[in-house]
Design a protein. Structure first.
Lengths: 148, 148
DNA sequence: TTAAAATAGGATAAAAAAGGTCTTAAATGT
DNA sequence: ACATTTAAGACCTTTTTTATCCTATTTTAA
């Protein structure tokens, strides 16, 4: 099934939340979990994983929490998804060249290869800066509507 | 996880196999299963489902088996995938408009909407005729290489 | 030194995926 | 009529993945 896991979904929302913070400002799991409406204990584990992979830095103790290690414009949707789910692989035959013994005769193989490329390229083009900005614009529009 | 299920994979291979047959020529599960290297019992079940959904017609008894109800050029990869897995839905928020209460403020939503459109459009463009032809060309090239 | 916060990891429960088995029903040739 | 062939249908098992929760431990600022 072609469906994003909750793990990746939550991680994306978490990173997006951090994208709004000033550089260096830490943010605790509870704040993120509450704001994004996700289970705190689960999110904590996901952020541990993001920390090990270098996307966020963690600080323990009072006033601790997480910060991004890169600027939002340098983090792509693809990276966060692959951090949580492993490399995107639309079909087993793409695990590595030669995994499927029929690679060179199978007419479906090149189709999956191309689909993979397009999908990944698109996701690679989506940065958290873009998304954060889009969010601000949307929030403004909503405000306008309400006051109008 | 963004991965094609075995069910869909096997169904695709099965339909592809039928695409090489002359119109009206039936082909049994065992032949398909053997040729494509997939578990016969499982494939049988998948073909039952394809029959119910109108992609193939079945004939019981001696010389029975399956035929395609449409010509390969009129069957797309997308159709077969969706027949086996249900509608492609890259993220829960795309289940239907309004499913996610944050649709109109969430900056990730439009990204998934676009990714979905691109993915589906590509798969919709892939017909079994194309794939069958590609297969023949590949087989020829292999032959040339061997005799050269 | 104590309270706040992340870390590490296991436990688990539910769902989906992958596959098998066995019986019934229909078509066909003899 | 009957045996044979082949799909249909119902049910079941195993494995894997997903999504959680929970508890003990470490770190650190006040």
């Amino acid at each position: 099934m072609f469906r994003l896991s909750k793990a990746a979904e939550y991680a994306i929302r978490g990173v997006l939340h951090l994208s709004f913070k000033a550089e260096g400002e830490t943010c605790g799991i509870d704040e993120i979990a509450k704001a994004q409406g996700v289970p705190p204990a689960y999110l904590a584990k996901l952020f541990q994983s993001l920390a090990r992979k270098g996307f966020v830095r963690s600080f323990r103790g009072v006033e601790g929490g997480f910060i991004l290690t890169k600027r939002p414009k340098d983090i792509t949707l693809l990276e966060i998804i692959e951090a949580m789910e492993g490399r995107i692989c639309l079909n087993d035959c793409l695990i590595y060249a030669g995994y499927c013994p029929k690679d060179d005769v199978c007419p479906v193989h090149p189709v999956w290869k191309e689909a993979h490329k397009r999908f990944v390229d698109y996701l690679k083009g989506c940065t958290f800066e873009e998304m954060a900005n889009a969010s601000k614009v949307k929030a403004m529009r909503t405000k306008e509507k309400i006051s109008a």
